[in-house]
Design a protein around this ligand. Sequence first.
Ligand code: DC
Length: 222
Amino acid sequence: MIVAIDGPAGAGKSTLSRRLAERLGFRFLDTGAMYRAVALAAMRRQVDPSDAEAIGRVAAETTITFSEERVFLNGEDVTEEIRTPAVTTAIRYAADNPDVRRRLVEEQRHIGEGGNLVTEGRDQGTVAFPDAACKIFLTASPEERARRRVEDLRNRGQSASFEEILAEQTERDRRDQTRPVGRLIKAEDAVELCTDGMTPEEVVSRMEQIVQAAQEKQQAKR
Ligand code: DC
């Protein structure tokens, strides 16, 4: 079974989806990490960001693998480096590139062929796995997402202004929702889950219930 989880930045998708996968005993795929890895590879090669063809070539020549919770770019552990602000800023050159998206979606489907998988991103229920048996659209209000992010940064000893984080997030939302290919949109058959006011534990339990309901529906069809 494929569990496709999409939603905006800061909704807690990665952490919660990973926990859900652990509970279900499913594999987990963080597709944002794939776009981050391509952006990092392009930065390292000093590719001109406006050269879409060259960025497509970078994706073709890049091998991204996962092991436990680590991400590897051509065999090198880049788990921390793909989360730096420089990569986050450059990501749009990879995420807006149709050639990159085509290759990464192909790779995601290939991983999906291995069976039971929780996969999260922006286009998992719409483009990568339109036939997924279970789709969840995970959201939270912009203010709640920004508040959580500020708290997260402060817990890590970094200073953060709520207004600045909210403004950055609004810009990311706009980009995610207006990208010509693979834009963030709720699949018609996805269950929307707004996590405002819920604890992480409550969200994972609710997600588990949604998966169980989808499993029962799937079994009833057989
Ligand atoms: O989930 P994240 O913040 O790590 O994702 C990084 C970026 O990649 C984000 O700006 C949107 C993009 N992305 C995408 O376009 N499609 C996906 N399936 C996953 C992420």
